[in-house]
Design a protein around this ligand. Structure first.
Ligand code: SF4
Length: 411
């Protein structure tokens, strides 16, 4: 049977709510007409969300890029303190990022925190980081630490995953980003990231997080050495965990960026591959509510187009993104809310400002009038205790910079 004929069968399944299989997913990758695949994904997107397209106001903090893992796709990390470009923020420096936004009257609702696996920082560094941020703005949502980091903390500080999450939760952690999943297939992991947690370990961190009531996101790094079957297998494993727990909010396909890492000879995905992957994700992951087009790495124009290929979320204002820009992303490091709204409206969609948990904060005329929109922000007096655990200076080390690596994938 041709891929075209199979699409009719897949369409029937999608319309009747029957989950798609691995073979269906591969057929969608092989189907010659991207627009037909996209139209089917758009049907699902509009059934779930209509024209609504979500974004938030957020800030990224990458407190350290020192990482003892050596993922071959990563351009962000430095192996050791003292390597060129290695940095670790003092707590005051990290807290200052939020303080600056509060002082500017910028009503951000979320901080996204992702770091390298620093061998020298104590667990208190992370709990103090969260507590200090909450002291500055008690209402801020802290979406922090990938499953890779949580697993690393558990090993290094000899605690269970549950205990790590409980302690971080007590310090202010509100949810987990979805990074570090890469591709679950062992063949690929062995070649691109064999010294960090396995697929099962990554999934188990999210399982535990969901069990204790934390919502999380999930990702897939695509466009390097993986096959279409391995992408579909990855999505199906996420779908199975979602059937079990229901704790994933958003799936974010992350396009591989080839600059400055050990896989730089690879070309990276094309625009058609990006849009097809978004559409297939929407069709395969019927039980995950949102598909996010992360504009930082997808590029603003492709992210905008993806709003017609299954995506219903553009992430947020971001500010100070380091990870993808060190891998060659040419997007801006931040976008103003008015610009995000303009992009969404220009795509023929309806912008909705959300918080991290998808509670609606603003939509309709409040967002789409010609006047610049601002929400009132309740300022909290910064009452930051002084407890910097790291210097913020470039770190010194006798280890020579032999590796130039990687990127902890975000969101
Ligand atoms: S992706 Fe980069 S930062 Fe994350 S574990 Fe791998 S090397 Fe470290």
């Amino acid at each position: 049977m041709t891929a075209r004929l199979n699409l009719a069968a897949i369409r029937d399944k999608v319309r009747s709510g029957e989950p798609l299989s691995l073979e269906d997913g591969v057929t969608l990758y092989q189907h010659p007409n991207l627009l037909e695949v996209g139209a089917l994904a758009n049907e699902v997107r509009e059934r779930l969300h209509g024209d609504r397209t979500f974004f938030n106001r957020n800030l990224h903090i990458n407190a350290t890029n020192v990482c003892e893992a050596s993922c071959r796709f990563c351009s962000f990390a430095r192996l050791a303190p003292g390597d060129p470009g290695a940095y670790t923020m003092s707590l005051d420096e990290a807290w200052g990022k939020l303080r600056a936004r509060v002082d500017a009257g910028d009503p951000i609702t979320e901080i996204h925190i992702v770091n390298g696996l620093h061998p020298g920082l104590p667990f208190d560094y992370y709990t103090d980081l969260l507590q200090g941020l909450k002291r500055i703005q008690p209402t801020i949502h802290l979406k922090a630490f990938t499953a890779v980091e949580i697993f690393y903390f558990a090993r290094k500080f000899e605690m269970s995953i549950d205990t790590v999450l409980q302690k971080l939760g007590a310090a202010g952690l509100d949810s987990l980003p979805g990074g570090g999943a890469e591709i679950f297939a062992p063949r690929v992991r062995k070649k691109i990231c064999d010294d960090k947690c396995t697929a099962d370990e990554w999934l188990d961190v999210h399982r535990v997080a969901h069990r204790i009531g934390l919502r999380t996101n999930c990702t897939m790094l695509y466009g390097h050495i993986e096959s279409a079957e391995e992408r579909i297998d990855h999505m199906l494993r996420l779908r199975a965990l979602q059937d079990e727990t229901g704790g994933f909010q958003t799936f974010i396909p992350l396009a591989f960026h080839p600059d400055g890492n050990a896989l730089m000879k690879l070309p990276g995905p094309t625009g058609v591959e990006d849009l097809r992957t978004y559409a297939i994700a929407r069709l395969l992951l019927h039980n995950i509510p949102h598909i996010k087009a992360y504009w930082i790495m997808l590029g603003v124009k492709t992210a905008q187009t993806a709003l017609w290929f299954g995506a219903d979320d553009l992430d947020g204002t971001v500010q100070e993104e380091k990870i993808y820009h060190m891998a060659g992303a040419e997007t801006p490091q931040a976008m103003r809310p008015a610009e995000i709204v303009r992009i969404i409206v220009n795509a023929g969609r309806a912008p909705v400002e959300r918080d991290t948990l998808y509670n609606v904060l603003s939509e309709g005329a409040a967002l789409t009038s010609d006047k610049p929109f601002r929400r009132k922000v309740r300022r909290a007096e910064p009452q930051v205790a002084s407890a910097p655990a790291a210097t913020g200076e470039p770190e010194q080390s006798s280890v020579s910079p032999t590796r130039h690596r990687s990127l902890e994938i975000v969101s």
